[in-house]
Design a protein around this ligand. Structure first.
Ligand code: MCU
Length: 433
């Protein structure tokens, strides 16, 4: 008992000390974006996942810990976020393995190569790079497959484009029992991890290589990710699960992407969860238990939105195509925005579905200025425009219909500090997802 008290006291002091430093930084730099840290800041948080699930028609309370109490300080968000992360891995996307034992590769002015190996298995993949004019080093946006992203505006702003082919890391068109691509070469073709998380893992390994490259061409602390449609789903998951990404920009991601799972069954014409689950192995195998009853999911996508907080997030949706579930998408944004607000980062999230052209994955004039502002704020660090939430009246969800919790006033500075690495000996061991 005495040891536990001492350990907890040390933990409290560590957290309090870190929070003080962060608070001072925050005051000095006003509303500047938070610094970019590691892939998963809360990796050492003790988490014990629930043994059984209960049905809840409302969105789970993002501020409520698995022990039933609510967080009251901003620094507690790091470990609460880790609970959400592990629930999302276990029930929605499948496990994202930590950085493999070996990641090597190169960054040149035209491309990035990645070589990974772990447990005697090896794989490689690559991405091409398009630099903007100028000398660099440059911020960069990882663009999934090129579909729908406004790469000319990105490059015109002085930001490099990394053209990522996710299918080389997780192939479409296979049965769940025989998944293919670099991720599955390492972790097995019967891995229960779905393609979205495999794709996210691939981007994380590209970031490893950029970090290791020394930063003369691309800046590892100024990276974004974007993609449209199925690649919007991928961009969303990628940004949620790697805290080194400064700006996440999913476009028209639809069912299985940003829209709340609980909203899909009641949103007319939206892609049913069973269809999103079976069209491709995008979601993890474990999601099969929830396609008919998302109310038993212990997480929903407003919490994946929250996982991105306080980092930059710009969600783009299309309300002209029912299949894309933009109404449920707006609820995810509004619900996640409550966490942004509680962390003092309400200005870091944008959502925009008020667009004229209904063509799926079109490059749109309405998104050009907010795109430039997000690039300036989070990657170039030359601007500080407030985020914009602009929901089309065609597909406008009401958060009040979906929540039975309120947003707390959290005390303290922005959560950028890691929790103590050694947990008290009496606490539960971390549960792997
Ligand atoms: C919105 O993303 C998907 C959608 O889930 C699929 O049902 C449809 O077939 O393709 C969309 C897409 O990726 O379009 C390029």
């Amino acid at each position: 008992i005495r040891w536990r008290v001492i350990a907890l006291a040390i933990a409290a002091l560590t957290v309090a000390g870190a929070a003080t430093v962060v608070a001072r930084t925050t005051t000095a730099e006003a509303a500047a974006p938070a610094p970019i840290g590691v892939e998963d800041e809360g990796a050492s948080c003790p988490v014990s996942l629930p043994g059984s699930l209960t049905s809840n028609a409302k969105l789970p309370d993002p501020f409520k810990k698995l022990d039933g109490t609510r967080i009251s300080t901003q620094s507690e968000w790091t470990c609460r976020r880790e609970e959400i992360e592990q629930l999302a891995e276990k029930y929605v996307y499948g496990t994202k393995p930590a950085k493999p034992a070996s990641v090597t590769g190169t960054v040149s002015r035209t491309g990035i190569t990645v070589n990974v190996s772990d447990n005697g298995r090896s794989a490689s993949f690559s991405a091409s790079v398009s630099l903007p004019s100028g000398t660099g080093p440059f911020p960069a946006v990882v663009v999934f497959a090129g579909l729908g992203a406004d790469t000319s505006t990105i490059q015109g702003a002085g930001v490099a484009v990394i053209n990522y082919n996710p299918l080389s890391v997780g192939a479409e068109g296979t049965p769940r029992t025989n998944k293919q691509g670099a991720f599955y070469t390492l972790y097995g073709s019967s891995s229960s991890t779905g393609l979205l998380m495999a794709w996210a893992w691939g981007v994380s390994r590209i970031i490893d290589v950029i970090q290791q490259s020394g930063g003369s061409i691309l800046k590892a602390d100024a990276l974004g990710v974007t993609g449209c449609s199925r690649y919007g789903k991928g961009a969303f998951v990628t940004g949620a699960f790697d805290e080194r990404i400064a700006l996440t920009m999913p476009i028209e991601s639809g069912s299985g992407g940003a829209p709340i799972f609980r909203g899909i069954p009641g949103e007319s014409g939206s892609q049913p969860l069973s269809s999103a689950y079976s069209e491709q192995p995008w979601l993890g195998d474990a999601f099969s238990s929830f396609t008919g009853n998302p109310n038993t999911l212990p997480v929903d996508t407003h919490e994946m939105v929250a996982m991105v907080a306080p980092r930059g997030l710009f969600m783009m949706e299309n309300p002209h195509i029912d299949w894309l579930a933009a109404k449920s998408g707006s609820v995810a944004a509004l619900g996640g925005a409550e966490v942004y607000k509680a962390l003092g980062a309400g200005d870091n999230i944008s959502y925009w579905s008020d667009i004229q052209d209904g063509t799926h994955c079109a490059v749109r004039p309405e998104w050009k200025t907010p795109l430039q502002q997000n690039l300036q704020k989070f990657l170039l660090r030359t601007g500080n425009a407030a985020g914009v939430i602009r929901v089309s009246s065609l597909k406008s969800g009401n958060l009040a219909d979906w929540r039975d919790w309120t947003t707390p006033t959290l005390t303290g500075g922005t959560p950028t500090s890691a929790p103590p690495t050694s947990a008290p000996p009496t606490s539960a061991p971390p549960t792997s997802a």
